[in-house]
Structure formats: C-alpha cells, structure tokens
Design a protein around this ligand. Structure first.
Ligand code: 13P
Length: 252
C-alpha cells in the first residue's frame, strides 16, 4: 500500500547523548503527527539498538546501508538480516553518498535490494541526477536507469516492500531544493518507469529528499506523486523534524 513516510537519515552524525535527546523529543511529539504518517529514524548502524529501545515502538528504525552479501567473512559490513534482527523496518540502498564516495554501482544497489527483500525488510532505493546531468538534459534518463537497474531483482510479490527516494544530488546538503513542480514531474516519471516494469506503480511510495526543511515540506508534500520525504540535516533537530512530519495536507 502507498504509505506516507518521513524518514530521518542521520548520516554519520550522532552520539549516545543525541539519541537520548532527539529520539526522546521526537517520540514525545509523535502523537501530533498524522495517523497515516510513518516516522522513521535512520541512525548510524551502531546506534540502531539504542534508537529502537528509546523509540519504544513509537517510531520505526532503518539502516543506512547493508552488505550485498548474505553473511560471512566481510569485515566491517552488516547484513540485511542483522538489520532485521535489530528491529529495523527499512534499509536505504544506493544513497548518492554511497554511489559517489564508495563507488556503489547500479548492480551493487540491485544486489543490496535483493538482500533487503530476502530479509523481509523494506528497501528504499535512492536515485537522483547530478547537476551536470540535469544541465545536460539527462535527468530523467539517468533516474529511469537507476530505477530500472536497482529494482530489476524485485519479484512480483515483493513490490509492497519497495520505496523509491528521489534525491537530486545537487539538492543534498546544499540548501537548494527542487521546486515542488520539478520534483512532482520527476516523481511522475518514476511512476511511469515503475509502471513499465509491471510494478503496481500507484501503490509504491516515492519520497523526495534534498534540503527538505520545515518551511518547504508542505509545498512538496502537497504534490500528488510525492508521498513524503527523506530528510538529512533537518532530521537532526527534533522540532524541525516533527514539523516536517506534520506538513502533509489536511486529512493525512
Ligand atoms: P539534506 O536534507 O541534508 O539535504 O540530505 C538529504 C539526504 O541525503 C537524505 O538522505
């Protein structure tokens, strides 16, 4: 089913103290978030247990990354199964920072999606074009290819556990957000690509990420094909994050 989701990707930020303060504050206010909105916190893996414990079931947790392999001699890696074991509901796959800084290709992303789905979790495939690609008029083609390749491994009965996050690389951590119109246009394209893959495109949540803040979330979330957000910097401030979680149109 198409869900409204706001997920806070802490990236490599945080500490035991921050978990205590931030998750505590988010949970306190989680009752003020629409009943159909799922609030997800995605901390560094080492804090997943603490976040889950502190969250006490009021939030869902997610992992920022897992291995493309199932288990074994892969020092430094964590598996999708371990993420499930620690209570995660979601796993990010193919975040642009993984693609750019750690050389993750579409085929690695596909292998990770496969592992995540095998473990029964929801895979959030992150896609997005660079500024150079956008300026060259290639944004749609680049994103379409990332979606097609990354999700090429999804079986017919697994689509209910797939989420796509459109995060234009030029908007991440830059303070530049895609306009609601531009984001909507790309989300609609992504749904067309999903439809072309015989996926139930209208049932799949497509999130927007890239400099989402309390003051621009409502315009983005009002668009028909934007089902929520993947939030970086603003997810490290409880008030701001909760305010984003409350930015859906009335009735959600
Ligand atoms: P910012 O919200 O800091 O731009 O980060 C977006 C992001 O990369 C979330 O995954």
């Amino acid at each position: 089913m198409r869900r409204r989701i706001v997920a806070g990707n802490w990236k490599m930020n945080g500490s035991k103290d921050l978990v205590k303060q931030l998750v505590g504050a988010v949970c306190e206010q989680s009752g003020n978030v629409g009943k159909d909105v799922e609030v997800v916190i995605i901390p560094p893996a080492i804090y997943l247990g603490q976040v889950a414990e502190q969250g006490g079931g009021r939030i869902t947790t997610g992992a920022q990354n897992v291995s493309q392999w199932q288990s074994g001699a892969y020092t430094g890696e964590i598996s999708a199964e371990m993420a499930r074991d620690m209570g995660c509901g979601y796993v990010l796959v193919g975040h642009s920072e993984r693609r750019q800084l750690f050389g993750e290709t579409d085929s690695v992303a596909a292998a990770k999606v496969e592992q995540v789905l095998l473990s029964g979790l929801v895979a959030v495939l992150c896609v997005g074009e660079t500024l150079a690609e956008r300026e060259a008029g290639q944004a749609e083609a680049v994103v379409a290819e990332q979606v097609r390749s990354g999700l090429s491994v999804v079986a017919d009965d697994q689509w209910s556990r797939v989420v796509v996050a459109y995060e234009p690389v030029w908007a991440i951590g830059t303070g530049k957000t895609a306009t609601a119109d531009d984001a909507q246009a790309m989300h609609s394209e992504i749904r067309k690509v999903l439809d072309g893959m015989n996926a139930p495109a209208n049932e799949i949540s497509v999130l927007y990420g890239g400099s989402v803040k309390a003051d621009n979330a409502a315009a983005l979330f009002a668009e028909p094909d934007i089902d929520g957000g993947l939030i970086g910097g603003a997810s490290l401030k409880a008030e701001e994050f909760i305010s984003i979680c409350r930015s859906f149109p009335a009735g959600v």
